[in-house]
Design a protein around this ligand. Structure first.
Ligand code: SF4
Length: 182
């Protein structure tokens, strides 16, 4: 049976959801209910529509100008298994993967203890943008994020956090360029 993903929509070319030109998958379903959320139509898990992972891969392949794929939402980690397939495919094409989550990285690590696909999606993610949108910490100057609590965590940052060390820089201050090796 073909793998399916429940989505709210697809944006085939975006410069607002990570560095470079990106293919953005807005997943359907979100439990966080952040005050001031800009995508409330993504919250209902029964909303949106199904797409076949294979069809998303075909569409992604058709644009050679893309830097990578972004998983946004909604809450992508509600559907980690089909997103792992997409992320693996993107890496085979030497494109990078950015994943947003309303969960913090630390919460996702706990989920990974009982759901191996959560851990796998973390492993396949080049940059994780984590944490809920907090309206009181809204900051329009932040690249690719809505509020100052949200972090942009590279693999190195996450490794450091796993070791309970502070990253050697502030992840919130990191600015990526389209050519940045992430
Ligand atoms: S995590 Fe994102 S989509 Fe979900 S409620 Fe918060 S801002 Fe909205």
């Amino acid at each position: 049976m073909a793998h399916k993903l429940r989505v709210n929509g697809i944006v085939e070319e975006s410069v607002a959801d990570g560095p470079g030109l990106r293919y953005v998958v807005f997943t359907q379903g979100c439990p966080h209910n952040c005050r001031g959320c800009h995508n409330p139509e993504t919250h209902d898990p029964a909303g949106g529509y199904d797409l076949r992972v294979d069809d998303i891969c075909v569409a992604f392949t058709e644009n050679p100008l893309l830097s990578g794929i972004t998983f946004s939402g909604g809450e992508p980690f509600l559907q980690p298994e089909p997103l792992c397939l997409l992320a693996e495919y993107a890496h085979r094409l030497h494109r990078n993967v950015i994943t947003y989550s309303g969960f913090t990285f630390e919460r996702l690590l706990l989920q990974a203890e009982t759901n191996p696909f959560v851990g796998r999606l973390l492993d396949l993610t080049d940059v994780l943008i984590d944490g809920p949108y907090i309206e009181a910490r809204r900051d329009l100057e932040l690249p690719f994020r809505g509020s100052a609590n949200q972090r942009m965590l590279t693999r190195a940052d996450r490794d450091a956090l796993r070791r309970r060390e502070s990253p050697s820089f502030s992840p919130a201050a990191r600015v990526f360029t389209p050519s940045a090796h992430i």
